[in-house]
Design a binder for this molecule. Structure first.
Ligand code: ATP
Length: 341
């Protein structure tokens, strides 16, 4: 069985980390063929939309995509590629596992938490108004449909992964209607359907303090859109930075796997970017294929890749952001040399 997967190299460091990731997957024998599509500046350079309809159509057609970071030009008239993609494909659940890696020393050990972020509304609604010459306004949107949908998704996911507890970060004491709805939805789903999972609520400021005091006390975090964005980067900082946190966006019409980091223009084209976050996203993609398409080979390949990058990191063969000596391609080679079986 060969799986056709849409790949979007993206902008900035995107093409470099995508190439390295594809090289490792090929060496590991991943049963995938790539359908290359464009988005971001790369699409604009070809005279197309920042997110071409063809790219959306291909993701819908094949159901799974691996995506590099895309830059949205600053200024009026461009809606973020990521926001558009998530909205147009209704990729409503973003999942970011945050774990310590062997060979990457950080302040805390035993960090093993998963962020589940609502991906379609909140302050990302894009509804902004000029009210008067003096006043502009940004609308935070919450719908019962989306709040219930993400709550169901998170509890189902936690149950399948044998996780013990879900913590919701919120600010319902101030945003009584929007965060209130988010909170009530999570409470309802927990009370009705998931007594197997412990449920906790924390006001987000207190939650952030607890996160940086001892992140190992958290298991699954359930967050609305903007909180999920901010807390994802905070959590990346706890385990070694943006170079080591993968992500997946799930919806009813497809799944898109991408690193949490952006296009990092400061290091683009220098061959120093860490491809690990995208590689780990590709491992999540292989596990998704194994589950959804009942293909155990994908699972085996995912495990081999994990074993290889863990070994490389333990031996100090890492990129510079992690204190190692390697560039992007050298790290990919180090992983390939450690593939077994
Ligand atoms: P965006 O707004 O698109 O999310 P951002 O402004 O948050 O982007 P990123 O591009 O995510 O910024 O990265 C922030 C900084 O972290 C980069 O400038 C870069 O120095 C570092 N960084 C991010 N990703 C990597 C990586 N894969 N390897 C090495 N360093 C990285």
């Amino acid at each position: 069985m060969t799986h056709s997967i849409v790949v979007i190299p993206g902008d900035g460091i995107g093409p470099e980390v995508t190439l390295a990731t594809k090289r490792i997957l090929a060496a590991a024998g991943a049963p995938v063929e790539w359908i290359e599509c464009q988005a971001g500046l790369a699409a604009l350079a070809q005279g197309r939309d920042v997110l071409p309809q063809e790219t959306i159509d291909e993701i819908e057609r094949y159901g799974v995509a691996l995506k590099g970071p895309c830059t949205t030009p600053v200024g009026e008239g461009f809606i973020s590629v990521n926001v558009q993609l998530r909205r147009r494909l209704t990729l409503y659940a973003a999942v970011r596992p945050v774990r310590n890696l062997a060979g990457v020393p950080t302040r805390f050990d035993n960090v093993d938490l998963i962020i589940v972020r609502e991906n379609t509304e909140g302050l990302y609604s894009g509804v902004e108004n000029q009210v008067t010459d003096d006043v502009v306004m940004s609308m935070k949107v919450a719908t019962q449909t989306a709040c219930m949908r993400i709550a169901h998704w998170a509890f189902r996911f936690a149950t399948r992964r044998r996780r013990k507890r879900i913590t919701v970060f919120h600010k319902a004491n101030i945003m009584k209607m929007t965060d209130g709805l988010f909170l009530r939805s999570a409470r309802r789903v927990h009370a009705h359907d998931y007594p197997n999972i412990d449920y906790q609520e924390l006001i987000i400021d207190a939650g952030c303090m607890k996160l940086v005091q001892d992140p190992s006390q958290f298991d699954v975090l359930l967050l609305e859109n903007l909180y999920g964005d901010v807390v994802s980067d905070l959590c990346a900082g706890l385990v070694g930075g943006l170079g080591v946190v993968p992500g997946a966006n799930y919806g009813e019409r497809g799944a898109v796997f991408e690193a949490v980091h952006g296009s990092a223009p400061d290091i683009a084209g220098k061959g120093v970017a860490n491809p690990l976050a995208l590689l780990m996203s590709a491992v999540m993609m292989l596990n998704h294929l194994a589950d959804e398409r009942d293909d155990p080979v994908c699972n085996q390949v995912a495990e081999r890749i994990k074993g290889a990058y863990n070994q490389a990191l333990e031996e100090g063969r890492s990129t510079r952001d992690l204190g190692g000596p390697l560039g992007t391609e050298e790290f990919a080679t180090a992983v390939i040399e450690r593939l077994r079986g």
